[in-house]
Write a protein that binds this ligand. Sequence first.
Ligand code: SF4
Length: 464
Amino acid sequence: MAESSAKTTTDIPILKERESQIYQKGKAPFRMTCGKHSLAGSVSQRACVFCGSRVVLYPIADALHLIHGPIGCAAYTWDIRGALSSGPELHRLSFSTDLQEKDVIFGGEKKLYHALVALIETHQPKAAFVYSTCIVGIIGDDVAAVCKQVEKKVGIPVLPVHSEGFKGTKKDGYKAACNALFHLVGQGDVSDVSPYSINILGEFNIGGEAWIIRDYYQRMGVEVVSTMTGDGRVDDVRRSHGAALNVVQCSGAMTTLAEMMQEKYGIPYIRVSYFGIEDQSKALYDVAAHFSDRPEIMERTRRIVRDEVQRITPELRKIRQALEGKRAAIYVGGAFKAFSLIKALRYLGMDVVLAGSQTGNEADYEMLRDMCDDGTIILDDANPLELSKYILEKKADLFIGGVKERPIAYKMGIGFCDHNHERKIPLAGYSGMLNFAREVYGTVSSPVWQFAPGRKEAGPGAGG
Ligand code: SF4
């Protein structure tokens, strides 16, 4: 990587090979390279394939999650990403086969077998997921065969997750997780499932969002068969093929499963987002419209939207007055979340000066281009240096991202809002929008930033 100690913001260099993954709206014809492996030498903000799988599967609270690999891979625990459960909490325990040098030489299959049998006997899970990590892919353990053997012995589903970290991008981890989940779908009894029913896909209940969303749909008169995977249960996944519609949040994580369920069980799916008033309302109206032969569902939906919007609007108006004209930078996992954030920030009177994602595809970036104002920087698979450069150049007052983006914001001396897996408050739904606005207001207007060295270096007007 080239020298990183910039004298002025424009001195911060960009690696030549990264240029096609950075676009400034209005400057040149749109072209964005994306969906490729991260560039060697560029410190990507992306997690590995295994982490992608773990993100999707581990909120299933009554399953055992065993990481087959060295102990370091298991560092990504519940404490870092705390999906909430209303019942069992087996998912909070982190298990690893802790492969050592001896296992790398002689193979880790025996160790895996014994670990699985012992853990299943001790914890009595409804199913077990076994995650393959890099080293397992290299030494060639037959994880699927071991899982089959254990499944026969213990009588519960034991599912291999082919998530070797080097296999691709985080997105490939989502696919590996969906493939594992698909083995459970179709195993349960669906005789009592209502024809007015849905599965919620891609909602992980980090701060209790799944409960908020589930409540809206239930108040509309729609049965929620399963939430995949927030506050998830194995038995619900097993009967999820009985639902009439799959409602998929976010562009990346669980679309693969929705597509597989459409092909095998004929269940259509729609894509939604629960962030911001506009997208949350659309997520409810779109489901109501799907069940148009029951007009009372739409009537109830209208009432819910009206009441909820009325409830939060007075405070949002006040916050908007304080935030009008402030500038925001967004860097998130899936591009779909960025779309909702742009709308939500505009609602709060803010300008988005940077928008990027780890896993967006070409269509996502075209959509981002259409949504953004001239001059906005659009980034794919960015690194800390690029993010810092554009935050300074664009004089952002706020950075929205996840745990890896937080230190960047603080070093730059600007406010930060965690919109990823480490937060503890829900940002989805109408109450979530209010939480979001309060958090943005709190961090942007904090007096602490005037003392940050980064802010001073950026010169007068930095941060608005
Ligand atoms: S990249 Fe490989 S070694 Fe590193 S955490 Fe992911 S699976 Fe483990």
